[in-house]
Design a protein around this ligand. Sequence first.
Ligand code: VTB
Ligand code: MG
Ligand code: MG
Length: 331
Amino acid sequence: MSKVTVEPGKFIERILTLELVRVTERAAVASARWRGRGDKNAADQAAVDAMRRELGKLEIDGTVVIGEGERDEAPMLFIGENIGTKKGPKVDIAVDPLEGTALCADDTPGAICVMAMAESGTLLHAPDAYMQKIAIGPGYPDGTVDLDAAPDANVLSLAKAKGVKPSEIGVLILDRPRHYDMIEKVRATGARVRLITDGDVAGVIYTTRPSETGIDLYMGTGAAPEGVLAASALRCVGGQMQARLVLDTPEKIERAAKMGVSDPKRRYQVTDLASGDVIVAATGVTNGPLVSGVFFGPDYIETETVVYRSATGTVRRIRAEHREMGKFHFD
Ligand code: VTB
Ligand code: MG
Ligand code: MG
């Protein structure tokens, strides 16, 4: 993987890693109150409200580059919204306040609250479109997998690089009809396929810890904003990812062009999606292989967050007991 170096002095202040954790923790607790209630929009709204409230307190001059949509359709965390006290560093903000809204509404595994903060101008401004993605964790030679190669060829190549049989490779794919052919080709190699209904930000990140998650490879087409968030985390630990926007109508091509995408067929590497210093935090809402969900205890609320920092490649897992949440009207 090509190494990205950031000019000295351009690192995001590392203290902000903890601030990000506070933001995603709050969003997770707010949306976890909606777990299993069958109302994904209410769960999402709770996460958005909490995330925005916390983001507003940060000593940053932030711009939302991946958010809830255009200004006219999203009253909060819209793309272009300025966020923070404006007293701190200029940064890009990418959010998915509740990634896996249906997972939360159905109380099934894998819902997370996730955000990234990056050096200004370094995150791809991804339109609300689909994105073809392929991702593996760190430790493999460049080109071990290829977005444009056949699914079975990628599995065989990865197995060879890992020094295992294809049957020992775990592949994560979104359960969608568009992937049925891909799933069949992967299974034909002997590899395991795990299907998820939603939540491919976490799905991509699973590849960074294959022995714990059972997932070595992510492939398939998911949402583009989620691709940028996943790439941000992957970059911090040196994983590989390739992606391409699916811009299959003139309208989509035009929309993307307005967001700065001049080549609609461009193949992005992980460092094109997130090219500068970046920090990413994800807190569990429901339990999952990446992080545990929110636990409502008798006199405290427990959250688990994983936070990545590209400048050093540090990954922290923070289990927090919250004793003041729930005591105020806005909790
Ligand atoms: C994925 C998944 C998301 O969208 O990106 C998916 O990770 C792709 O879209 O959680 P479709 O549902 O249209 O296939 C989500 O499910 C929702 O953002
Ligand atoms: Mg969302
Ligand atoms: Mg999402």
